[in-house]
Design a protein around this ligand. Structure first.
Ligand SMILES: [Zn+2]
Ligand SMILES: [Zn+2]
Length: 239
């Protein structure tokens, strides 16, 4: 799999908010600015077949309407796009369209070929387009439910989460995990450098830090942690 970290930052930083592109066709999260970033990086957004949403916060969902409008309205491609996310994701997309004063529910159905898969269990396995996707519930403060995803038992994305059973499962079941490292010290909502150091050592697995606040990025860059990578937006690797 070819993996690109399209965004590695938290919302109030100069970096793009955390999101990841796999094989040009699968996106994990769709924060504000994602469409522009994909175009800047010379990707073809119309190749995206699947969007995995970790939770409903704006820095993970805000660009869904822009991406869909770009594909269906402006370049007029009508392939099916599957959106997987927490229960309520279909309504959330309608709400976002309404907030942006675009199409209503009927128009969305008419114009766009979208299939929604809503998650409501602690763990769900989905086989789609040759991918084995496992959605595992994580713990992101009061934002419930929130999910992390494992793809082909190789790559995990934790989404936003504190250290919890779900995050440990995601790390255990993958070779590389792109993990929420917002903070220097983890709290109720997000993991910190302390948590990812502990996890990288416990499971001896590679962790790529994302959702970084600027202060966290600076501290982590100065450290030399085996198995932990701090990278810039656009960083690519293969697994
Ligand atoms: Zn969040
Ligand atoms: Zn977030």
């Amino acid at each position: 799999m070819k993996v690109q970290l399209v965004g590695t930052g938290a919302i109030y930083t100069k970096y793009n908010s955390a999101c990841t592109l796999v094989n040009q066709e699968l996106m994990v999260d769709m924060p504000n600015g994602t469409l522009k970033q994909l175009l800047k990086n010379n990707h073809d957004p119309e190749k995206i077949k699947m969007i995995l949403i970790t939770h409903m916060h704006g820095d993970h969902t805000a660009d869904i309407p822009f991406l869909l409008k770009h594909v269906y309205n402006y370049i007029n491609i009508h392939n099916e796009i599957v959106i997987i996310g927490p229960k309520g994701i279909a309504d959330k997309v309608v709400e976002l369209f309404a907030a942006y004063r675009f199409e209503d529910r009927e128009e969305i159905q008419e114009l766009m070929n979208i299939k929604f898969i809503e998650l409501n269990k602690e763990e769900t396995e989905i086989e789609l387009e040759g991918y084995k996707i496992k959605a595992i519930q994580v713990s992101h403060g009061e934002e419930k439910p929130a999910y992390g995803y494992n793809i082909n038992n190789a790559l995990s994305c934790t989404g936003d989460s504190r250290i919890c059973k779900g995050v440990e499962k995601l790390i255990k079941s993958s070779k590389v995990t792109i993990a929420d490292t917002s903070l220097i010290q983890g709290n109720h909502d997000h993991m910190g450098i302390d948590n990812i150091k502990y996890l990288a050592e416990k499971y001896n697995k590679q962790i790529v830090a994302t959702h970084l606040r600027d202060t966290t990025r600076e501290v982590l860059k100065k450290e030399d942690n085996k198995n932990i990578l701090v990278v810039e937006d656009g960083y690519q690797f293969e697994i």
